[in-house]
Design a binder for this molecule. Structure first.
Ligand code: MG
Length: 181
C-alpha cells in the first residue's frame, strides 16, 4: 500500500512523464550485426497508458536516446508527446509542463537512472523503478515493486488512478468497450 503522503501527491497528477530505457523497457538494447537496435516493451504497460488517457491524464515519453523505436511505440500507444535526445530531462519536463499548462505538483515522472534525477527533483510525484540504483531511489517519493520493462508503469498508473478514484470506472469502461460487461 502506498503511504498517505504518496496518495496525496498522486491525487494531483495531470501529466505522466516516462523515461523509456529501463522504465518502459528492461534497459537492454539488443543490437544486430548490422547495428539495428531492438527493445522489448511490456504489453501491460501499454494498456495502462490507454487507461491513463481515458482518465484524462496527459502522457509523455522523454528519452536521452534518439532511437526511432521510442517514437514508434509512443505513436502506437497514443502518447501525447515523445521527446527524443533529451539529455537535460528537467528542461524537457518544464517544456511539457508549459505545453500542457500544468503546475509542477501535477507532474509524475518515472525514471531508472542518473539522467532522470534532475527531472525527478522537480516532479510532484517522483517515481523510481525497483531496479533503479540507490541515488535514483534516494530522490524518489515512491519506488515501484515492479522492475523497469516488467510492469512498473502499469503499477504506477493503477496507483495514480486509484488515488484519483478513477481506476474502477476506467477499467470497467475499457472492458465494456472491448465487448465485455
Ligand atoms: Mg532510463
Amino acid at each position: 500500500m502506498p503511504t498517505r503522503a504518496v496518495v496525496a501527491r498522486a491525487r494531483k497528477i495531470r501529466l505522466l512523464v516516462m523515461d523509456v530505457d529501463g522504465v518502459l523497457t528492461d534497459g537492454r538494447m539488443i543490437l544486430s550485426e548490422r547495428g539495428d537496435e531492438l527493445k522489448a516493451f511490456d504489453t501491460h504497460d501499454g494498456v495502462a497508458i490507454a487507461l491513463a488517457k481515458r482518465a484524462g491524464l496527459r502522457t509523455a515519453m522523454v528519452t536521452g536516446e534518439s532511437s526511432p523505436i521510442a517514437k514508434a511505440r509512443g505513436g502506437k500507444l497514443g502518447v501525447d508527446s515523445v521527446v527524443l535526445g533529451a539529455r537535460r530531462k528537467r528542461e524537457a519536463v518544464e517544456a511539457l509542463r508549459a505545453e500542457y499548462n500544468v503546475p509542477a505538483n501535477a507532474v509524475a515522472f518515472i525514471g531508472d537512472d542518473l539522467l532522470d534525477i534532475p527531472a525527478l527533483q522537480i516532479a510532484g510525484l517522483a517515481v523510481a523503478v525497483a531496479d533503479a540504483p540507490p541515488p535514483v531511489k534516494a530522490v524518489a517519493h515512491l519506488v515501484t515493486r515492479a522492475r523497469g520493462g516488467h510492469g512498473a508503469v502499469r503499477e504506477l498508473v493503477e496507483l495514480l488512478l486509484r488515488a484519483q478514484r478513477a481506476w474502477r470506472q476506467v477499467v470497467d469502461a475499457y472492458v465494456r468497450e472491448h465487448g465485455g460487461r
